[in-house]
Design a protein around this ligand. Structure first.
Ligand code: BGC
Length: 768
């Protein structure tokens, strides 16, 4: 409250000296009731050009912000600029004391006292981590995903943070790309709903509340289409693929009111995203009417020089701002170049004003002008961070994220008594890898390991042998993971331990730092010596439950051919081991479905369910070799999009359409039944896909258009229905607009993209 008075008094004083006390600006600024736009405009009027450019400058806070002011180097420059009101935002400053320290400088030392917006990569939780976003997406549970983002906001905001660089909504069809772990998979429909859920979760109903934070849809755009899955690589994507596949989740985030966007490192069709007028000015701020601000990715302004698109940093600043980038993350370029660019007439001051207006607006919406220390409550920080409720919620979504890939001879669920079990694999007692690579605020070794989780079931005998180490040394966020490919010690002990056991649980997969930014892989097999270990153990005991812990789809053909039970447990966050144990013992019946296709081998990549038919698709009995295929592997994936088993079984039937045609103002009701034909109560994600048979551009063989999570007791049958209307069938057509083209369609129903029911329908031309 004290601050509120100070800020308004300060602004009033400056305005009085600038425009006179009777001016409407003064009155409107002083009125708490005046709209945010009016306040922003009044403030903008009294800002110098340097102060405006300062708002567009974001720094990484790496020095000890609570200590004395730094004496040398970049830290000194940053500190000085902070004191001069030349910094609008900081990232990676966290914890109440630290945030308060930098905020105090901005608020108390600068001429206008404009508060900082404090950003941080709250990707899947702050300190209490939930599953990596790809894993959460496998739950298909929008409410649970929203709740997870809500909890992340509660915890992060208690640590002083008011802006997250999430959700990442990049679609990707390439499991080689390490950042698939951070997204929602390959499908634009599912990913759009998840984008909306996450934005709503982070931002809540009231952005000015102290437990909600601004979200950031990133990376705009095309980042997930990096050639060959190599991070930061060239992206060349057609305009129709952009609109039909890449843009939808970004559009959904915009419609959900996301307050910020981040552009991306990659070039898109020859133009870096950061300097891309089409992406930022035409599509986002133009067609979609986005009124928040765009932050660059880390030094992506400067990287336009390396891309060969700007001749030097100053040129890069000119291109970035003219293209609609509003804030420069850690490149020091806007702050150093924009003033002279304005003076030289190369950047319009009105464009600077527009950028600053957007940034100030979000700060006002967050309530930072009312109280810049609203996220800085030490008591709340202590009470909220890591509290029990957050752990319970993390466990809940962790269970929902697990996907049962195979369960032949019903090895699972495990009996709770009398079993002699061997647990094998370095990852089984790894308390860090389940945290994934975006664990910045979580401390290492804070996840519940599988071994710890299994201890909750004490009536079975457990023998643990790790087998060979997965990695050598201690990998970190900034260093390459060194795999152990030579030291086989541990294989023999593992084989011995597996002999004569009732069940062997093998926990294999990827180290936590093998996925994430800059963590592309050129093969998708089990890394290191794990395949060798698996095969050696299989020779002495075939009753293996393979628990996979990984951040991307893996090509595990051999395992699928030989191992009876396979559980995809991703990187599930803090409660990982508990969630896995509860699923293995059947206290939670797995219900997850893959949000991304698992290939048979890396050569099939990119592989995705909503592909085109081509002119020569495989026939059941090919007449010659001249069709679209490989000589050495089928076109089919190992596990298709939408796939996931349960301990029970489901049967689909009785597909009915209320009509076999509709017009643009009408709709068709699709209904069908699902029966639980197995022994356990369970949940099934019922999925509806369509195919548009002929289009002005060719249409995918299947497109997800609806899903619902249905709970069923053994023997129970429920009717499920979906609506098909113009929204279901529209796409970005050859006319370069979103439209529904009259014609014939198919609708498919099932528990994965390999659907089991199908019917035909048509969209008729309207008479009007
Ligand atoms: C990543 C962004 C992230 C930023 C700040 C970049 O390297 O690409 O996704 O938000 O760093 O940490």
């Amino acid at each position: 409250m004290r601050y509120k008075k100070t800020f308004i008094a300060l602004v009033a004083a400056v305005i009085l000296s600038t425009v006179g006390c009777d001016s409407p600006e003064v009155k409107s600024t002083l009125s708490a009731k005046s709209s945010i736009d009016t306040k922003v405009d009044s403030l903008l009027k009294i800002m110098t050009l340097e102060e405006k450019i300062g708002q567009m400058n974001q720094y990484n806070g790496f020095w000890n912000v609570t200590g004395p002011s730094p004496e040398e180097g970049t830290a000194k420059i940053k500190y000085k600029q902070l004191e001069q009101g030349l910094v609008g935002s900081m990232l990676n400053v966290r914890g109440v004391e630290n945030v308060k320290a930098v905020q105090k400088i901005a608020v108390e030392k600068t001429r206008l006292g404009i508060p900082l917006i404090i950003g941080f990569d709250v990707i899947h939780g702050y300190k209490t981590l939930t599953p990596i976003p790809l894993a959460e997406s496998a739950s298909w549970d929008l409410e649970a995903i929203k709740k997870s983002a809500q909890n992340a906001a509660i915890e992060a905001s208690a640590a002083g943070i008011n802006w997250t660089f999430a959700p990442m909504v990049d679609i990707s069809r390439d499991a080689r790309w390490g950042r698939v772990m951070e997204g929602a998979g390959e499908d634009p429909y599912l990913a759009s709903l998840i984008a909306k859920a996450r934005v709503e979760g982070f931002q809540g109903e009231d952005l000015s509340a102290h437990h909600t934070i601004a979200a950031c849809a990133k990376h705009f755009a095309g980042y997930g289409f990096a050639e060959a899955g190599r991070d930061y690589n060239t992206v060349d994507v057609s305009i129709t693929t952009l609109h039909n596949t890449v843009f939808p989740p970004f559009m959904a985030a915009t419609e959900a009111g996301v307050r910020t966007f981040m552009n991306s490192f990659n070039e898109l069709n020859g133009i870096p995203a950061t300097g891309n007028v089409f992406l930022q000015r035409q599509i986002l701020k133009g067609d979609w009417g986005f009124d928040g601000f765009i932050v660059s990715d880390w030094d992506s302004v400067g990287e336009m020089v390396t891309h060969g698109y700007a001749k030097d940093d100053k040129h890069a600043a000119e291109i970035a701002v003219n293209a609609g980038s509003d804030m420069d993350m850690e490149a020091y370029i806007f702050i150093n170049s924009l003033k002279s660019l304005v003076e030289e007439g190369k950047v319009k001051e009105s464009d600077i004003d527009d950028a600053v207006r957007r940034i100030l607006k979000v700060k006002f919406e967050l309530g930072l002008f009312e109280d810049p220390y609203k996220y800085c409550d030490l008591a709340r920080e202590k009470e909220v961070i890591g509290n029990k409720k957050l752990h319970e919620a993390s466990l809940d979504i962790a269970k929902k994220s697990i996907v049962l890939l195979k369960n032949e001879s019903q090895l699972l669920p495990l009996k709770k008594q009398g079993l002699d079990i061997a647990v094998i694999g370095d990852l089984a007692d790894d308390k860090t890898s389940p945290l994934g690579s975006w664990r910045i605020a979580a401390e290492d070794s804070t996840a519940i390991s599988v071994i710890e989780g299994l201890k909750a079931y004490p009536d079975n005998k457990i023998t643990y042998v790790s087998g060979p180490e997965l990695v050598t040394g201690t990998p970190s966020f900034t260093t390459e993971v060194q795999l152990n490919t030579t030291n086989r010690s541990g294989i023999e002990q593992a084989v011995d331990a597996a002999k004569n056991k009732d069940v062997v649980i093998m926990v294999l997969g990827e180290h936590g730092f093998q996925s994430g930014e800059a963590r592309s892989r050129s093969n998708l097999k089990l890394p290191g010596l794990q395949q060798e270990l698996l095969e050696a153990v299989y020779k002495v005991n075939k009753n293996i439950v393979l628990v996979l812990m990984n951040g991307r789809p893996l090509a595990i053909n051999w395992a699928n051919d030989h191992i009876p039970s396979i559980v995809e447990a991703w990187q599930l966050g803090t409660q990982s081991g508990n969630a896995i144990a509860q699923v293995l013992y059947g206290d939670y019946n797995p219900s997850g479905k893959l949000p991304m296709t698992f290939p048979k081998n890396v050569g099939q990549v990119p592989i995705y369910y909503n592909s085109k038919n081509t002119g020569r698709p495989p026939l059941e009995q090919p007449k010659s070799v001249f069709y679209s295929h490989y000589q050495d592997v089928s076109n089919e994936p190992l596990y298709e999009f939408g796939f996931g088993l349960s301990y029970t079984t489901f049967e689909y039937g009785d597909l009915k359409l209320s009509s076999d045609s509709f017009t643009s103002d009408g709709a068709i009701n699709i209904s069908f039944t699902i029966s639980n034909t197995g022994k356990y109560e369970g949940k099934e994600v019922a999925q509806m896909y369509i195919r548009d048979l002929v289009g002005s551009i060719t249409r995918p063989v299947k497109e997800l258009k609806g899903f619902d999570i249905i709970s069923l007791k053994p023997g129970e049958t429920k009717e499920v229905s979906f609506i098909i209307d113009v929204n279901t069938v529209q796409f970005y057509s050859a006319n370069e607009i979103w439209e529904a083209e009259p014609g014939d369609f198919k609708v498919f129903i099932g528990g994965s993209s390999s659907t089991v029911l199908e019917a035909d329908f048509s969209l008729l031309k309207s008479n009007r």
